[in-house]
Design a binder for this molecule. Sequence first.
Ligand SMILES: Cc1ncc(COP(=O)(O)O)c(C=O)c1O
Length: 377
Amino acid sequence: MSVSAVQNDKQIPMLDLGAQYRTIAQEIKNAIDQVLESQHFILGPQVTALENEVAKYCGRRFGVGVASGTDALIVALRAMGVGPGDEVIVPSFSFIATADSVSLLGATPVFVDIYPDTFCIDPAQIEKKITSKTKAIIPVHLYGQSADMDPILEIARKHNLKVVEDDAQAIGASYKGKKTAGIGDIGCISFFPSKNLGAYGDGGMIVTDSEEVAKSLKSLRAHGATKKYFSTVQGWNSRLDEIQAAILRVKLRYLDSWGQGRRSRADLYDKFLRGVPKVVTPKRSSWGDHVFHQYTVRVPKRDAVQKFLQDRGVASTVYYPVPMHLQPIYDSLGYKNGDLPHCESAAEECLSLPIYPELTDEQVEYAASMLAEAVKG
Ligand SMILES: Cc1ncc(COP(=O)(O)O)c(C=O)c1O
């Protein structure tokens, strides 16, 4: 099919979950049916099986299912002892949940800058932000690629801090032979539908190697109960349901091949965009596999480029237009424009293009050619 045929044929959406569903529809229906037949809806055998499977996949001993990726962060931070008056170091360029899970617990997010080429936290910026109140660091494996974990772990060891991985976007990615979420003290995963391992609703999981922490997580997700109707600490209602777990167990079996599919789409984008002036394609770090939750380029005059693409049937998204240190919710913390220059320029220039295994070669070629034309203008 020619590039112009693609243009006439159809729009290229940001994501096509329907295309994925059609490849696994019967297995999904069977899995849901099994739950309906069992009439066990919350924290049952499907959740337990998924907890074991995801933990094993991430190289961890324990998994604890919760209601969302945001809850995974909140509950994990609480289990790590984060509370009012504490400070937690986070990269400012991320989805707001990375920081508001901290502030929701009465702690203060302390924002640091990112590496401009990987969009992940710059470990060299962390140590200067550590104070006597610092309790933890949250590296975010943004867009499907691991943050540079070794220096982060070293700083954490030196200052006795917990490392809580925000692995909402990168399940399946790796760092020096280890899977993300399996590297720090505790890993937090999101099953939001658009994620690489997405449920058909909200869901999340926390993974850890500590039996004691796993016990505490299980209590915190159930009103702080240590046995039925007996609560010892303040907790939440944050439970994963059986239907979502059954769906996720089907999808987990495909996660690696879908990751491979995403990487091959990224290879094609790289090929078609090589040498295109003014377009900066995503860097792949040498330390492990990128699972391309997003394929994010940097372009000048980003909003005009996005409009140009939209007019030609190519969807794109800006993740994220305002770094967290400049979000109104954190006005009282006193950050200003210019404080974290790499986060600020990423917010101005980043543009994520459609990427999913079902995207055809022609669609990638068409999207890339439209981008090349857009930046010419
Ligand atoms: C980096 C990051 N952290 C946390 C979250 C929160 O996950 P959820 O939407 O499942 O609550 C997301 C998801 O959007 C995310 O992208």
